[in-house]
Design a binder for this molecule. Structure first.
Ligand code: UDX
Length: 452
């Protein structure tokens, strides 16, 4: 096998750590760099700072094999690197919705100062079109004699599935503007291409835009199906059947047609906003993406309205069991999670919210504080509550028999933002059930029924 390039990863957050660990796993020598001393020390001890299924094993076995190292020193980290991946954060800039590139630029300058040999400096963070050229300018300014190339190599991994997505990618995208950079990145990904995974090689701008196009298109599917679900709630019709009926057309595809409380997380909200900003700046408006954002902005309000309706018109002094706080299952990430917004609104309206999440409670608490209470288990959240809201489709919520929900709740009322149960089963069990884009099931309240 040909010699694999040596890799340095700047920024050991979600994307950086997964990418670094997985590249080590296919045989590269990788050094992960981060300024956060505590994080690097923890990683050296084998403690993984994020919850991601399978990541700990990949990190540990590559540290053990001597292929994966951690450092806080950028100079040490890039000393023998052929490829430097920039994987620092690109949050939304509060001011204007644009991606905030200050960390990318600061990293570029530090990398430039630390390098004394040829390397390809690659953005893995999602960055607007043209950032690669800006990085080149910064590096040239900081180290005028350095021989280097810039390149783009966006990451498509999903939280909760990150290892699988990295190891078995639908495609790998590299954007380069020199033969040497292209060959270096092709060598980096040769362990994947030799197994038959597709590598798409483009210019830098196209590669940068592919990431935005892919994410905003997926967000479009989600907002589209959510709008269809709203329509179903007005005219009848079952959104699950519609998703299946649409999705089985291969030109449309089944994925990303699950209706829900709206997309959240660290990517879609940020990338849709950034796409609009990119379009505005280029005088080429991203009109469809603007509509996608406005549909998504309405979702939390609709979800709250649904809960209020299920509560009989008022949530004041009602105890609400909220199942799920993360933006999706199998992660501890609560960034832009609709569950958090809904919890906030309901408690502002006087509800006593009692939440359970298998992984996200600590992060949720750092946002919500004492506005809600936190339960240690599903049962504890449900016991004696007037209503249950399912906000995230964690496996264990769907696996719990519905009779248990009925037994534990004071009133058998469930509002399900993720359609994890069947309305028919709920009707049979005597549970009032409000889901998304499907007929609601309303059974007379137990207390009322026994009083009459
Ligand atoms: C996403 C992209 O999938 C990934 O390729 C990219 O690199 C990063 O952003 P992630 O944010 O981890 O990954 O989550 P994803 O599984 O894509 O879900 C995003 C949001 O859309 C979640 O809030 C999810 O609940 C919602 N969603 C997704 C739906 O509401 N319906 C669907 O059918 C799919």
């Amino acid at each position: 096998a040909p010699e694999l390039p040596r890799v340095a990863v700047v920024g050991t957050g979600y994307v950086g750590l997964v990418s670094g660990a997985c590249l080590a796993d296919v045989g590269c020598h990788v050094t992960c760099i981060d300024k956060a001393t505590a994080k690097i020390e923890a990683l050296r001890r084998g403690e993984i700072p994020i919850y991601e299924p399978g990541l700990d094993e990949v990190v540990l076995r590559n540290v053990e094999a001597g292929r994966l190292r951690f450092t806080t020193e950028i100079a040490e980290g890039v000393a023998d690197a052929d490829v430097v991946l920039i994987a620092v954060g690109t949050p939304t800039r509060k001011l204007d919705g644009n991606a905030d590139l200050q960390y990318v630029y600061a990293a570029s300058e530090e990398i430039a100062r630390a390098l004394d040999h040829y390397a390809v400096v690659v953005t893995k963070s999602t960055v607007p079109a043209g950032t690669g050229f800006e990085i080149r300018r910064i590096i040239e300014g900081a180290n005028p004699t350095l021989d280097f190339d810039v390149a783009s190599n966006p990451e498509f991994l999903r939280e909760g599935n990150a290892i699988g997505d990295f190891m078995k990618p639908d495609r790998i995208v590299i954007g380069t503007d020199s033969e040497r950079a292209r060959q270096t990145l092709e060598a980096l990904y040769s362990p994947f291409t030799s197994q038959g995974f597709e590598l798409i090689s483009t210019d830098i701008i196209s590669s940068e835009l592919i990431k935005y196009a892919a994410n905003t298109f997926l967000a479009t599917k989600v907002s589209f199906i959510n709008e269809m679900a709203d329509l179903c709630e007005k005219v009848g019709g079952n959104i699950s059947d519609i998703s299946r009926g649409m999705g089985s057309d291969r030109r449309i595809g089944r994925a990303f047609l699950q209706p829900g409380p709206g997309y959240g997380g660290s990517c879609f909200p940020k990338d849709t906003l950034a796409m609009v900003h990119i379009g505005e700046k280029a005088l080429s408006p991203a009109t469809i993406v603007e509509a996608v954002i406005s549909v998504n902005r309405m979702r939390p309000h609709r979800m709250v309205a649904k809960v209020v309706e299920a509560a009989g018109g008022d949530v004041r002094n009602k105890t609400i069991a909220l199942l799920g706080l993360t933006f999706k299952p199998d992660t501890d990430d609560v960034r832009d999670s609709v569950a958090i917004l809904v919890a906030e609104h309901l408690s502002q309206q006087g509800a006593h919210v009692r939440a359970f999440d298998p992984q996200g409670a600590a992060h949720a608490k750092s946002i919500l504080g004492d506005a809600i209470r936190y339960s240690g288990s599903v049962d504890e959240a449900l016991r004696g509550a007037d209503l249950c809201v399912i906000a995230t489709e964690w496996r264990q919520f769907a696996d719990k028999p519905i009779e248990e929900y009925k037994r534990l709740l004071a009133d058998p009322v469930i509002v399900d933002f993720r359609n994890i149960f069947s309305p028919d089963a709920m009707r049979d069990a005597g549970i009032s059930y409000y889901s998304i884009g499907r007929t609601k099931v309303v059974v007379p309240a137990v207390r009322l029924a026994s009083a009459s």
